[in-house]
Design a protein. Structure first.
Lengths: 296, 296
């Protein structure tokens, strides 16, 4: 019998933590302070939404877990590096992340800069140093996929659009463009990279791509809703920061009820995109529910 | 008849500039400000020592120039990103680079941070999006090679060692460890990646590896000598900065004559490591001369 979702999530989160423990350079290896700061910034944090999506997509395409977890780690390292850089004084200037001091506060700014840089390199090392697909040419495509998702026309580009938007009133399409890049690109990459560790049919990839785009956007809309509703204590980060900085959000554009309605619509469309996959897509459907219905 | 070295260098530098022009995202593509800043930080700058080494190594192994130039661009983008981040106020706080304002001065710190991040992603995109070796598995090894050279046990690690060394008196082996990582790793990668675009014999790779290590170290020793001798006007960067920051250098450790002697020794050993290659290694030998004998 298939385990229930909560048990599956907990088991994956626990085993993924060991994966990261193993793949990050040991704290005793020189340069120690950098390696300690890398581990501090990655380990013991977050819900691991992107890795969970990679695992779930891998289940759909029959991918070996030992491969999916490497691909998932690569994506999570890119995510972690972006948080470290994003928290720096010249960006969002955040002092608290996941309930603990941000990297540049716990260490220093120069170290935080290098931590992010080195985490990005490590992500690409992971994608290239052992077979993740029997076909090396396909694995090269995985490297390209992550590079595009992380780069100036993906996540980093989304952050640039975000920077340019502070203090401006964005239209809904502009806000969507920002988030499709800033958050969506990496969520989509997590799903596709998990799938590519198996042997996905191209029809599967098309549907997963669509699912990834929808769920990535839903994730951000829900984030805006939660940020509006939550207080610092329950969220583990400084709540209301976006409003403080006069950043456009789905809530500021659509109002709270409108944003919630949009999240529901994206959720429904995401589930529809998985329509024909049946039981093998169960975890993906459950994750879609989890992302939209989460309260934290 | 083979062209002389100066002509070869000038031709390569010119064509490489077009390669970078082509491979960097166009300034009109959104997000425009980020793409403009990426182009500002990479184009029209530097002697392109790493690309020249890649071209020269590619000549030794019979690599197609159209492949070598992609690999060379990947290395140069990693180098350029490291300069952008290194110049930031939380690191070296430099306002001048290659005779023009540094990225964070010309744009802003947040943009400089993203420029560096996106240039690194682009480097890995370049190494993965088209065939650079007929064997995709070998090309994956090229990705790994660059990731290791850039990461916490390569360039970024060297910068961390550098940070930790400010205000301390290093021993010669400690200083060497720093530079082997900070500068040497990427110079070695440039040579090996250029070679891997062809079909190098493993004995060739071993010797190129040794050549790369020696010339990388020589490069740094000469840099220290030049930094000590040069003034701001001729160097195009703020001269004497290392001494100002109380950073250890080969000159501070060995004195000016000692550092010069060390550069000569490394130069000689580097040339010896190419001993048996004959005429196909001519450009590599000439580059070794160029690196050690340069006056700027």
């Amino acid at each position: 019998m298939m385990t229930d979702f909560a048990t599956w999530v907990a088991a994956r989160q626990t085993s993924f933590e060991s994966v990261l423990q193993r793949l990050l350079p040991a704290a005793e290896v020189a340069p120690q302070r950098l390696h300690q700061a890398m581990r501090y910034s990655v380990l013991d944090g977050g819900k691991r939404v992107r890795p969970l999506l990679a695992y779930a997509a891998g289940e759909l395409t029959g991918a070996p877990v030992a491969r999916v977890e490497i691909a998932a780690a690569a994506v999570e390292l890119i995510h972690a590096y972006s948080l470290v850089h994003d928290d720096m004084p010249c960006m969002d200037d955040d002092v608290l992340r996941r309930g603990k001091a941000t990297c540049h506060v716990e260490y220093d700014q120069a170290t935080a800069l290098l931590v992010g840089d080195a985490l990005q390199s490590l992500a690409f090392q992971l994608l290239s140093e052992q077979p993740l697909n029997d076909d090396a040419a396909k694995q090269l495509q995985m490297v390209k996929l992550l590079a595009l998702a992380a780069g100036s026309r993906g996540m980093a580009g989304g952050q640039a659009i975000d920077l340019a938007s502070v203090g401006r009133q964005l239209t809904l399409p502009e806000l969507e463009q920002m988030h499709i890049h800033k958050t969506g690109a990496l969520i989509r990459a997590a799903i596709l990279l998990g799938a590519h560790c198996g042997n996905p049919a191209s029809s599967q990839l098309d549907r997963l791509d669509r699912f990834g785009k929808l769920i990535g956007l839903a994730f951000q809309v829900v984030d805006d809703v939660l940020d509006c509703e939550a207080d610092t204590a329950t969220l583990g980060k400084t709540a209301g920061k976006d409003a403080d900085h006069d950043k456009p959000t789905y809530v500021s554009l659509l109002g709270l009820p409108g944003a919630k309605e949009m999240a529901q619509r994206l959720h429904r469309e995401a589930l529809e995109s998985l329509g024909e996959f049946g039981e093998p897509a169960r975890r993906l459907r459950e994750l879609a529910d989890f992302i939209v219905l989460r309260k934290f």
